[in-house]
Design a protein around this ligand. Structure first.
Ligand code: BGO
Length: 270
């Protein structure tokens, strides 16, 4: 049976360059069902049993753009065997925003840090071991343009797909975590455990598309709404911004320990 690997990343992260380098001319191009967004799939070079699906370039798994909806529908309904998340190493903070969402899906993830040729030329440093430790998944340095590290990244994704090990759950802060745990218990406890976190976060964000998909009883919805409202009142912000903020705080902590930017001739924390 084929192994299915989804290639996910921000626009301009080098996704197309990587996809072309990994698949060569072994590509099939079509459209995603029902929409005019291009869908590209290809067999990994020298691995006839590995199919790579190129997801649209996205910054988030929110429901606001066609690309985001296409990408997330594929991930949550088709559930590929692994996600290869390409991130732009010259823009770690912004790119990790998507990573923090991909790692919640309950699908094995491998992170490929791209543009490492530029990162190194700039004299910046990324501690990939520490980043891997923080994120709880394998991290590989690559340059899609130069072709370095790309087969290692693909092979790491194959290993992840085969062993099926998902990423350990990231814990949100106090009240938010409490509300998410409550939602998991009240609304999604029947789902496989590794899928519960993503759904709980989306329910907390009042994501219409997810709420439509899972059709909760009104009593459960009312109960959850009271929980969400309590967190919003306590933090004086709306649910979606609370989650966004939590993600950036988490990313800030990660970056502090993993990334050093060379500035004005000396190394300093960015
Ligand atoms: C242009 N290193 C470097 N240095 N550049 C890379 C790497 C890498 O590892 N990987 C990709 N790029 P896409 P999305 C360009 O097109 O694959 C470059 O959106 C240019 N074009 O070559 O398209 C890549 O699919 C004129 O750059 O990304 C491309 O994710 C001048 O990053 C860009 C300079 O890659 C985006 C660059 C006319």
């Amino acid at each position: 049976m084929n192994l299915r690997i989804a290639l996910a990343g921000n626009p301009n992260s080098g996704k197309t360059t990587l996809f072309n380098a990994l698949t060569g001319s072994n590509q099939f191009v079509g459209n995603w069902p029902g929409v005019t967004v291009e869908k590209k799939e290809g067999k990994l070079k020298k691995h006839n049993d590995v199919v790579i699906t190129d997801l649209p370039g996205i910054y988030s798994l929110s429901p606001y753009t066609l690309e985001e909806v296409v990408a997330r529908n594929y991930l949550i309904t088709e559930r590929p065997d692994a996600i290869l998340n390409i991130i732009d190493g010259t823009n770690l903070e912004r790119n990790l925003y998507l990573t923090t969402q991909l790692t919640e899906l309950g699908i094995p993830v491998v992170v490929a840090i791209n543009m490492m040729d530029v990162v190194k030329k700039n004299g910046d440093r990324i501690n990939t071991e520490e980043l891997s430790h923080e994120l709880g998944c394998k991290v590989v340095e690559i340059s899609a343009l130069k072709g370095t590290g790309i087969m290692e990244a693909a092979e790491a994704a194959i290993d992840a797909a085969k062993n099926g090990k998902t990423v350990p759950m990231h814990t949100f802060s106090g009240t938010v975590e409490h509300a998410l745990a409550h939602i998991e218990e009240a609304a999604v406890h029947n789902m496989p455990e590794e899928q519960q976190r993503w759904y709980a976060v989306k329910i907390f964000e009042r994501d219409d598309k997810v709420l439509e998909q899972i059709q909760l009883d009104q009593a459960v919805l009312d109960h959850i709404e009271a929980d969400i409202k309590a967190v919003e009142d306590e933090l004086d912000d709306d649910a979606e911004s609370i989650i966004t903020n939590e993600r950036y705080v988490y990313i800030g902590q990660i970056i502090k320990g993993c990334y050093r930017k060379r500035s004005a001739g000396r190394l300093s924390t960015s």
